[in-house]
Design a protein around this ligand. Structure first.
Ligand SMILES: [Zn+2]
Length: 590
């Protein structure tokens, strides 16, 4: 077992020797990281090592990848692996393959090597650290074989850092027990899924279904029995609300939480991470017999994704008087009204009960939320945590351009009124205009030529438009430019068009004081402060209308993919997230 003090005090050569085996046959990484000492945390050491690899040449990176053995390859069979690799491969059961699995792995190894020119690298101990199954390994192998070489090289390096992280934990005798708890809770919640999806092993939990109620009951039970919250209840819209009293009952509370409903075929951490992390902080406070000076209110929001009813952010909206009365009569695809669904779930289903949920802003210090990033940025930069500066404001439209459908053969090029060509021009303009300004994004996600035909010039073209920016001003400028360009294109081509707004959400910049508190705690963990906008909407965006808010992002694995079963986090990252939240709660001026 080694310690940070030992590493910090050791002469460079000893530092390298102490870290021997962390990166396979590559002592140069530790050699270059030695200068970055002293390390104040293991997270900082891990980040420093990863940074050396980031800054290395492409040849050095490829050398590091090629220093690794194939999975269940010839070297493994011949017993020629390093002690660390032998341990990992045998833990993953790769030394006990069936003949079919072995043959499949050999074929994958050969195909992968032929395509990329280096061995396939996978952290076989996985995101929880306890080992992937052979089935999971083979499925991941097959999926990544289809990737692009640039992406795959970066992905191999990320897996090498994960392998090093687990090896370092072993060297330091450290187990991320808090991160494991988050991971295990998320697994247990994911056991509940709506009918039709559950049978296929997919996670889908939509508003007020049986699975949705089971998740709420489970959260309430954990809050009450495992975490020691003082008051736990399920409110009139199905939010799970836990309160941990502070030592001063009159002090304004801190509000936190996220949503527990999911999209269809979802990941396990979107929303739920932001409920589980503060729950675990309360459990640790309660175990230590401690009270914060102020009360902590943790809310599992019942609805954010707008899947069963068109009522997005219903859960957090109810806390700030944004529940629309007409929603109660809205019907789902089966014709069940929201009121009926509420009553079937044992909720009152009355407007009066819902309106009573509104919080008085002056009783709160603010709202904080942790959430997985749901994007590729942190993963690509080898950073576990990111500080959100603003939740993007957005405008959305559906549009249609009308020209003239005419014969593809007989209409000369200078006599056409091609609606689709006009929209194509618009798409390229949106791409160019959004790329020219930081933190602005624009997308045409839907495109359709109604009743189109291979030999007919498109007479109509329908499209969607989604524009987002970190400030309302930047969003509005983008919006105005895109609309002006659409008018120009249509005028030049002799076309007409309509553009119908469908959504308009204001940007929610983080409260400066709360953002700084997140920055301080990330720094305190020994990690660089990385600021980023949130491209997706979150519950914090709603609470923003009533109180100061700021969010912390956690890196997602697999390029940060979300709303997808491949969504994943590691136990070590989850641990850092809990540590960050604990440190936030202890900020002095709170
Ligand atoms: Zn979410």
């Amino acid at each position: 077992m080694i310690t940070l003090d030992q590493l910090n005090a050791a002469p460079s050569a000893d530092f390298v020797a102490l870290l021997d085996g962390t990166y396979e046959h590559s002592p140069w990484i530790a050699e270059r990281a030695a200068a970055a000492r002293p390390f104040l945390s293991l997270a900082q050491l891990k980040h420093a090592l990863a940074s050396v690899v980031r800054e290395a040449t492409r040849d050095e990176q490829l050398g590091l990848i090629r220093a690794h053995p194939e999975l269940a390859g010839k070297a493994a069979i011949a017993g020629e692996l390093t002690a660390e690799s032998t341990n990992e491969q045998s833990r993953a059961g790769l030394t006990a393959c069936t003949p079919e699995e072995f043959a499949r792995l050999q074929q994958l190894n050969a195909d992968y090597k032929a395509k990329f020119g280096w061995p396939f690298i996978l952290a076989v101990r996985g995101p929880r650290g306890q080992g992937l199954s052979r089935g999971e390994i083979i499925a991941t192998f097959a999926r990544r074989l289809a990737g692009h070489p640039d992406f795959e090289r970066a992905e191999c390096l990320r897996h090498i850092h994960r392998i090093a992280e687990i090896r370092l934990n072993d060297k330091f005798g450290i187990e991320p027990v808090l991160g494991n708890q988050i991971w295990d809770w998320a697994e247990q919640l994911a056991a509940h899924s709506d009918p039709g999806f559950k049978e296929q092993g997919q996670l889908t939990v939509t508003y007020l279904t049986e699975a949705h109620r089971a998740v709420a009951d489970q959260l309430a039970r954990w809050m009450r029995e495992d975490c020691g919250f003082d008051e736990v209840s399920i409110d009139a819209v199905g939010n799970v609300v836990g309160l941990y009293h502070g030592s001063d009952p009159a002090a304004p509370r801190l509000l936190t939480g996220s949503h527990y409903d999911t999209v269809r075929n979802a990941g396990k951490y979107d929303g739920r991470l932001g409920i589980l992390v503060p729950m675990l902080c309360v459990r640790e406070l309660q175990r230590a017999g401690r009270r914060l000076p102020y009360g902590l209110e943790v809310v599992g929001f019942a609805e954010e994704e707008g899947q069963r009813y068109k009522a997005t952010f219903l859960g957090s909206g109810a806390l700030i008087q944004r529940f629309k009365p007409e929603w109660l009569d809205q019907q789902d695809a089966q014709g069940v009204s929201m009121r009926q669904a509420m009553q079937a779930a044992g909720l009152p289903g009355t407007l009066a009960a819902i309106q009573a949920l509104a919080r008085e802003p002056k009783h709160y210090r603010g709202f904080v939320e942790v959430h997985i990033e749901q994007g590729p940025v942190l993963n690509e930069l080898d950073l576990p945590l990111g500080i959100v500066t603003s939740i993007n404001g957005s405008v959305r439209y559906v549009g249609e351009v009308q020209g003239m459908a005419s014969h593809a053969g007989t209409t000369p090029m200078d006599r056409r009124r091609d609606a689709a060509a006009a929209v194509a021009e618009l798409i390229l303009y949106v791409e160019q205009r959004a790329a020219a300004v930081p933190d602005v994004v624009g997308t045409v996600g839907m495109l359709e030529v109604p009743a189109g035909s291979i030999n007919v010039i498109p007479g109509r073209c329908k499209f969607s438009l989604d524009l987002r920016a970190t400030t309302n001003a930047a969003r509005d400028a983008l919006d105005a430019d895109v609309q002006a360009e659409l008018a120009r294109i249509c005028a030049r081509r002799g076309l007409s068009y309509q553009l119908t707004p469908t959504e308009n959400a204001s940007a929610a910049p983080s409260d400066p004081a709360w953002q700084q508190r997140w920055e301080r705690v990330v720094q305190g963990l020994g990690l660089p402060v990385f600021r980023m906008p949130s491209g997706a909407g979150h519950d914090a965006m709603k609470l923003h209308e009533a109180m100061p808010q700021a969010m912390l992002f956690l890196r997602g694995l697999n390029s940060g993919i979300s709303h997808n079963p491949l969504e994943s986090i590691s136990n070590d990252d989850a641990e850092l997230c809990v540590r960050a939240f604990q440190a936030l709660l202890e900020q002095e001026e709170l």
